[in-house]
Write a protein that binds this ligand. Structure first.
Ligand code: FES
Length: 143
């Protein structure tokens, strides 16, 4: 079954922004989906609580790569609090939508960013924010 991807998804998949690693990152976070086996890793460079740089490595599907690319673009230059508030649906919306059975791919981006932000917080004596329950099973039935 061919999925209907938006042009933005195809564009970010073919030409992803912020791919790579940051050496001596201030925060690193990883998220994986046990069902599909995809993994996303996020590296943050933070100065004065502002995300100066962010890179990602994603071993995953086209939607996961497009979501990582868009999510990193959206949090670059933002404060760590603003970055925390980025939801997976905002990432999907910025991509002009994801097919319903691919919404869970954007969840990886939200979760990996949260994990990286908490890694930063823990290393800098800040309170770690409780992680929410990420709905990895959402819409997986049709996979
Ligand atoms: Fe698993 Fe997209 S992240 S199929």
């Amino acid at each position: 079954m061919a999925l209907n991807y938006s042009e933005k998804v195809m564009e970010h998949f073919s030409n992803p922004r912020n791919v790579g690693e940051i050496e001596n990152a201030d925060g690193v976070g990883e998220a994986g989906n046990p069902r599909c086996g995809d993994i996303m890793k996020i590296y943050l460079k933070v100065k004065d609580n502002v995300i100066e740089d962010v890179k990602f490595k994603t071993f995953g599907c086209a939607s996961a790569i497009a979501s990582s690319s868009m999510a990193t673009e959206l949090i670059k230059g933002k404060t760590i609090d603003e970055a925390w508030n980025l939801t997976n649906s905002a990432v999907a919306e910025a991509l002009d939508g994801l097919p319903p059975i691919k919404m869970h791919c954007s969840v990886l981006a939200e979760e990996a960013i949260h994990t990286a932000l908490n890694d930063y917080r823990a290393k800098h004596g800040m309170e770690v924010i409780p992680m929410k329950h990420y709905d990895h099973d959402h819409d997986h039935a049709a996979m």
